[in-house]
Design a protein around this ligand. Structure first.
Ligand SMILES: [Zn+2]
Length: 345
């Protein structure tokens, strides 16, 4: 017997077919309609339902390119289960090249949303109910903020075995346990039983070939690990990721011109010189030292800093792949909390 069609917002997608469905969100002031466009790939054979989303933050365009390449992957023709792909969640921010919505709200603080709330709240409500909660799991693609870059990394919730298994299959260089923040997609989805993996890589408003390739390969690996895609043509990750349970920001001790001597992906020891800040006359120069050992998972690219600006994002390396502990989480929350996307606090 043929698999039943997938129904979404009044559309029926037959098994073995794919279709792009446009969910109305709003009308812009100039009368241009705004949709949440979802491409539904409904496999011939049964399996899990998974979403892949990008540009929840409108300027994090790297995820949009990852999605574009994913949809061109020949492996998708052998899909089991159902894949819902949303290249641009926050169309408003994408058009404005901005992280935020037009009213300066952050969509990733608007979940679960409400049909009569703010624009962000309405968009969050549509995305959550029409896409996210229809799925067993999802992968949400992000990048660092503008003028910053991230080593490709996966963020998972503490003590969530499903996302940890997905994270290990993904094969990014780093898996970082990070706390769930109220109002975020990840927190709301987790509370309702959908595991969401967050991929962070590259820089805002730019493509980074390595980060794009790592993203496409990682998504295919996760789908393979869930038996949604065949093993053929999808190689497992060559190296195990670094597992990190806490991270901290290394900040500029003074304003000035920044020269960085270490880059993302490098491991450092306590006291190592990471960068130097000098005044424009070159009279006073201050070194920035690593406050602890760890791996650099993000850094500032702009060579002009104010005192207190986050220059490096340093993650502590776990000696073993030990399971998450309450102590680990508590330590992270105390140190300098990093939540579920690259917001600098
Ligand atoms: Zn983001």
């Amino acid at each position: 017997m043929a698999r039943a069609p997938f129904e979404i917002a009044g559309n029926r997608i037959a098994a073995g077919c794919f279709e792009t469905v446009h969910l109305p969100v709003s009308i812009l002031p100039d009368h241009t309609p705004v949709n949440l466009s979802v491409q539904v790939h409904h496999g011939k054979r049964p399996g899990p339902t998974v979403f892949v989303s990008a540009a929840v933050h409108g300027d994090e365009v790297i995820g949009v390119e990852i999605v574009r390449r994913l949809l061109r992957a020949p492996q998708l023709t052998a899909l089991r289960g159902t894949l819902l792909v949303v290249p641009i969640v926050n169309a408003f921010g994408f058009l404005n090249r901005s992280r935020y919505l037009p009213d300066r709200r952050d969509l990733n603080r608007c979940f679960p949303g409400h049909p009569s709330g703010s624009l962000g709240s309405r968009l969050a409500h549509i995305f959550l109910n029409e896409v996210v909660l229809r799925c067993d799991a999802g992968i949400d693609l992000h990048s660092a903020a503008i003028h910053r870059t991230n080593l490709p990394q996966i963020r998972v919730s503490p003590r969530d075995k499903t996302t940890m298994a997905m994270a290990m299959a993904f094969g990014a260089p780093v898996v970082l346990t990070s706390a769930l923040r109220d109002g975020s997609l990840r927190a709301e989805a987790a509370a309702r039983g959908t595991s969401v993996l967050l991929y962070e890589a590259g820089e805002g408003l730019r493509f980074d070939e390595l980060a794009v390739r790592a993203g496409v390969a990682g998504i295919l690996r996760v789908l393979r690990s869930m038996a949604m895609l065949p093993a053929k043509g999808i190689a497992k990750a060559k190296a195990a990721p670094y597992l990190c349970k806490s991270s901290t920001w290394v900040r500029a001790p003074a304003g000035g011109l920044l020269r960085t001597f270490r880059a993302e992906g490098e491991t450092v020891e306590t006291g190592e010189v990471l960068a130097s800040v000098a005044d424009p006359f070159g009279e006073v120069e201050t070194e920035i030292l690593a406050p602890a050992a760890g791996i650099l998972i993000g850094r500032a690219i702009l060579p002009v800093v104010n005192e207190g600006d986050a220059v490096f994002h340093l993650a502590a390396l776990s000696p073993t792949a030990a399971e998450d502990t309450v102590e680990g989480l508590a330590q992270q929350l105390v140190s300098d909390p990093l939540f579920d996307e690259d917001e600098i606090i």
